[in-house]
Design a protein. Structure first.
Length: 222
């Protein structure tokens, strides 16, 4: 009987198979690394803004509450970005000639809103609602980080599905008293973990939060 595969062909076949297997492993490792990397999640990246607005100065330094500028965060899906008039309540008197603020003055004169580059954004197929999170006591800092220390806004968390689900499956440790929602530096509970645990358990009951339903696909993909 004639030999179909020579000995060398067999070795070559094995070598090719081995190479394919290695490539597959490399591809999986690369994809895994990529999904976690800041390229994919955009964590820590800043955008060029039309005006170099600093949360560090306005929130950390001047102590302005988030809701002064993001006024719909408690009542709507969207936190909202401030109208030019909101900046002008102060900047019609302060830094009135500063070149840095020229786009603000131009916007007020023309009525054209400032086009801020968005930093915190989900794909269109995901449903998110600020008001429910705020009503339940999930503070801004949980999702947006130490905004009061950011000279330019950057994304603090990956905003991927696994990140949402991590909290949805066990929200209790993330809940804070309503009056601390916009506070960036509230650390009372680090001194009293037992009070923290009790508060979480109590609020889960009081609000009727059911983690078993919070990972239903239809909750975020409607
Ligand atoms: C409650 C008053 C107030 C409001 C409202 C306000 N600012 Fe300011 N802003 C200030 C003060 C005070 C300074 C000077 C801060 C400093 O030097 O520490 C300042 C400084 C600035 C600067 C100079 C760079 C810096 O951060 O020091 C820019 C740019 C600026 N503001 C943009 C804005 C924009 C844009 C808005 C609207 C979204 C706004 N501000 C709203 C009070 C305000
Ligand atoms: C004086 C007005 C002002 C105050 C106070 C303020 N912000 Fe902002 N915020 C802005 C402006 C203007 C932008 C758009 C420019 C930028 O990204 O820096 C913005 C952008 C943001 C963004 C990014 C939105 C996006 O998708 O690009 C987040 C998140 C945010 N603010 C959170 C907060 C939080 C949390 C607080 C309170 C701790 C706060 N802000 C207080 C004016 C304000
Ligand atoms: C549970 C997480 C979470 C909490 C808590 C939260 N945010 Fe957000 N925020 C997001 C997500 C996710 C987006 C992107 C939404 C989108 O693109 O649809 C966002 C977007 C924003 C934006 C961009 C404009 C907009 O309306 O989408 C601002 C401003 C903002 N948040 C401010 C705040 C402030 C201020 C607080 C606290 C009072 C807060 N957020 C609390 C997750 C959160
Ligand atoms: C730090 C905790 C936390 C994070 C992070 C978080 N959530 Fe939530 N989410 C909650 C809590 C608490 C509730 C309220 C549950 C309840 O009252 O039953 C909630 C409720 C919701 C609801 C239900 C709203 C409604 O009208 O019923 C949606 C939708 C939602 N979250 C989407 C998201 C998405 C999308 C993300 C990620 C981008 C996210 N959440 C991240 C804690 C969180
Ligand atoms: C708490 C909110 C939430 C729930 C619940 C949820 N998702 Fe998602 N999902 C997201 C977010 C946020 C993204 C966007 C991820 C990104 O941009 O990287 C996403 C993305 C996706 C994608 C796009 C591919 C990807 O992974 O980026 C698919 C497919 C998906 N979800 C399927 C599901 C299925 C199936 C379920 C139910 C088992 C589910 N999701 C439940 C928030 C949620």
């Amino acid at each position: 009987m004639p030999q179909i595969f020579t000995a060398t062909a067999d070795t070559r076949l094995r070598a090719v198979l081995l190479l394919l297997a290695l490539l597959l492993v490399a591809a999986v490792l690369f994809a895994g690394g990529y999904m976690q990397s800041s390229y994919a999640t955009l964590v820590g990246w800043v955008q060029d803004q039309p005006v170099p607005f600093s949360h560090q100065h306005h929130v950390g330094g001047l102590g302005i509450d988030c809701r002064y500028c993001h006024s719909t965060v408690e009542v709507s899906e969207h936190a909202g970005l401030p109208a030019t008039e909101v900046c002008m309540t102060c900047h019609s008197q302060l830094w009135t000639g500063a070149p840095m603020l020229a786009p603000i003055r131009r916007s007020l004169a023309t009525g054209e809103p400032i086009r801020w580059q968005r930093v915190a954004r989900l794909p269109d197929y995901v449903y998110f609602d600020h008001s429910i999170h705020i009503a339940r006591g999930v503070p801004c800092v949980e999702c947006h980080g130490r905004v009061d220390q950011m000279p330019l806004m950057k994304r603090a968390e990956p905003f991927q599905m696994g990140w949402c689900l991590d909290c949805h499956r066990n929200p209790a440790p993330h809940l804070k008293p309503p009056e601390q929602i916009t506070r960036m530096d509230w650390t009372e509970w680090e001194k009293d973990p037992e009070a923290h645990r009790l508060y979480g358990a109590l609020m889960m009951k009081a609000y009727g939060i059911e983690p078993s339903t919070l990972d239903d696909c239809s909750m975020c993909h409607r």
